[in-house]
Design a protein around this ligand. Sequence first.
Ligand code: GDP
Ligand code: MG
Length: 177
Amino acid sequence: QPDVLDSKNLRIKLVLLGDSGVGKSCILLRFVRGQFDPSSKVTVGASFLSQTINLQDSTIKFEIWDTAGQERYSSLAPLYYRGASAAVVVYDITNPETFLKAQFWVKELQKHGNPDIVMALVGNKADLESEREVSREEALAYAESNGMFFIETSAKTADNVNQLFEEIAKRLPRGQS
Ligand code: GDP
Ligand code: MG
């Protein structure tokens, strides 16, 4: 549930999900720090990073949780999902296996997540159009049938990264105020 700090300010927990290597940490660092580092192994070094955005006359502080690579081995601890108001499920548009894995994470969220959770399906690495193996149409159809919104991003070029978080902010349920 979003924390309503006052009528105009929300603080929300957002979790990143998806196969290892799809670019979750890069999306996070692009959004929070405006950086992309293709060489270094990304370590966030904390359970979550915060970033605040303004939307019309309100502010939304995202507390964005990234995994430390546990997604490789098994399902994530229920603690990871607990209290999350939003989830971003990422796949790599050049790798169909990661799209299948995204569908697994959506099912996990449907089982363990808060029923009102705002979910986004994100096709990352959109800069690699010539290597695309997952079509927009297929992903959009899947997202729509699961009540998610769909967007393609590139953490490398920054394409659609801010838009992703703005779209989530717009879809968050607001408390009566
Ligand atoms: P994570 O395991 O999901 O957190 O993935 P990372 O953020 O560590 O990224 C995995 C690899 O994909 C790294 O080598 C990144 O440089 C690369 N990568 C991430 N995002 C993009 C992107 O948008 N475009 C391209 N071309 N490479 C990306
Ligand atoms: Mg990572």
